[in-house]
Design a protein around this ligand. Structure first.
Ligand code: PLP
Length: 222
């Protein structure tokens, strides 16, 4: 078991004044780590892989709010649709349609964030700013509607870089886009940005939800 209590308390004390939500990223880590952090009062946990999430959700204590933060394939939505609290990485209209379909089947509206590509790296998934703006316009114009999806906001990952100026400008870009779209989308209440290495900067730039793994559970050795 390896949960860093001191880091947990320190992170909470930094997040609480601004009402920022902490999602504890437990990917690769054992259920015993989830139990240990849950025992300290943590309710929100994030996972990247559907199979791993399903196994952990079965084994972990009840009452946890599960977040899916990885890249979600359309054919796997059905497995998490009955219980997922928030899907962070929605990166296509096709995926939104599938989530809507599975939400309907389960008689619920599924909370989602649209992932926006803000880093320079080519490999990151997500919409670009123009695409996400166009999508929101179609929704507000009534051309597209997702009755069983609740689009709560945006998610993004900054460049993995020591260049704080660059990381800051990426976060500021996403925060400005979020504010802009929020004017048209009253359901927007979540801006998910910030990880172990950059969460303080993300919060300074307006994040409302951070996703932190290694500071809480130690480095992941794969
Ligand atoms: C793994 C992961 C995190 C947590 O990363 P840490 O650097 O360990 O805090 C956050 N967000 C996403 C999307 C991840 O895949």
């Amino acid at each position: 078991m390896s949960v860093n209590k001191q880091n947990y308390q320190e992170i909470l004390s930094q997040l609480q004044p601004g009402g920022v939500t902490l999602v504890a990223v437990s990917k690769i880590k054992p259920v015993s780590d989830i139990e240990a952090l849950h025992a300290l009062g943590q309710k929100d946990f994030g996972e990247n892989y559907v199979q791993e999430l399903l196994e952990k959700a079965r084994a972990a204590p009840p009452g946890i709010r599960w977040h899916f933060i990885g890249h979600l394939q359309s054919n796997k939505v059905k497995y998490i649709a009955p219980f997922i609290h928030l899907i962070h990485g929605v990166d296509s209209e096709k995926l939104l349609k599938e989530i809507d379909k599975q939400g309907r089947k389960n008689g619920r509206a599924i909370n989602c964030l649209l992932q926006v590509h803000i880093a320079q790296e080519e490999t990151k998934f997500g919409f670009d700013a123009a695409e996400v703006t166009a999508l929101i316009s179609k929704i507000t114009a009534g051309e597209l509607s997702f009755e069983h999806v609740n689009i709560c906001g945006l998610m993004g990952m900054a460049s993995f870089s020591d260049d704080l100026q660059k990381v800051r400008s990426e976060f500021e870009f996403l925060a400005a886009l979020y504010k802009n779209l929020q004017a048209a989308m009253p359901s927007f209440n979540t801006l998910s940005m910030g990880m172990s290495g950059d969460y303080k900067l993300a919060v300074e730039c307006g994040s409302t939800m951070v996703r932190i793994g290694s500071l809480l559970f130690g480095a992941r050795i794969q």
